[in-house]
Design a protein around this ligand. Structure first.
Ligand SMILES: [Zn+2]
Length: 243
């Protein structure tokens, strides 16, 4: 069976690609929301991921190494850089490399997937969110990337490219939750912190009850002290009888 000809360019790509459009809207909203949750750890994570995904992954991996074969590396370095490329949310290696080779083959001519001659908006992101032309199977794209299509790792990663983002997201979420937990312990009085440490060694239901009881005892004790202090202030002759 003949491999279907891939048709790229604005006139071949009509209709919104909903999955891509929703994903892109989601992470732009998330980027604005992130401004309100900024701290040193978040900045560091953003910088590391920007460097790993954009520079190592797309710049060195997908583009210079896989598409243009501009330099050689041991296989494990190639696989590591390719894995980094998946973190940039630009799809798997077979899809990206095939699209980019077609772009160079037909630069600014009919069939260029993202020529600026078809409009600034189109070249910026219209070509990504319109139509299904960029979502062909690895099999269809294989004629443009025979070197990658022969490699089981690249074929596998092209199908499962999104999993790296899910894993990194879950790791970051776990870290944020652990940080919050530690911070809330630091804010508690020392007695309750000790109690919090005890809680980790007990079954969840029992430990929750223990914390609640200790907190209640603490509050009652503080109220008693406050009450006694107030009475002494009003009538200094009242004996100090507590404890
Ligand atoms: Zn290029």
């Amino acid at each position: 069976m003949a491999t279907p000809m891939l048709l790229y360019g604005r006139k071949h790509q009509t209709g919104l690609n909903w999955i891509t459009a929703i994903a892109m809207t989601g992470f732009h909203v998330g980027a604005v929301a992130a401004l309100f949750y900024m701290d040193a750890g978040a900045m560091l994570a953003a910088f590391i991921l920007y460097y790993a995904g954009g520079m190592l992954g797309i710049g060195m991996g997908y583009h210079r190494l896989l598409t243009h074969r501009g330099y050689k590396t041991p296989k494990w370095v190639e696989y590591f850089l390719t894995f980094c490329g998946t973190l940039a949310l630009e799809g798997g290696p077979i899809f990206w490399v095939a699209t980019h080779r077609i772009h160079h083959q037909k630069s600014d001519r009919e069939g260029d997937p993202h020529s600026p001659r078809e409009g600034t908006w189109w070249a910026h992101m219209g070509w990504i969110i319109k139509g299904q032309g960029l979502h062909h199977d690895a099999e269809v794209l294989a004629r443009y990337v025979p070197d990658l299509a022969r490699d089981p790792f690249h074929v596998w990663l092209s199908t499962w490219h999104w999993t790296s983002n899910v894993i990194v997201g879950l790791v970051l979420l776990a870290q944020v939750r652990a940080d919050r937990h530690n911070q809330s312990d630091l804010l508690r009085p020392r007695a309750l912190t000790a109690c919090g440490q005890q809680r980790h060694r007990l079954p969840p239901r029992l430990s929750t009850k223990l914390v609640r009881d200790k907190e209640a005892t603490y509050v009652v004790k503080r109220r008693g002290e406050q009450h006694q202090h107030d009475e002494q202030r009003i009538n200094p002759t009242v004996e100090h009888i507590a404890h």
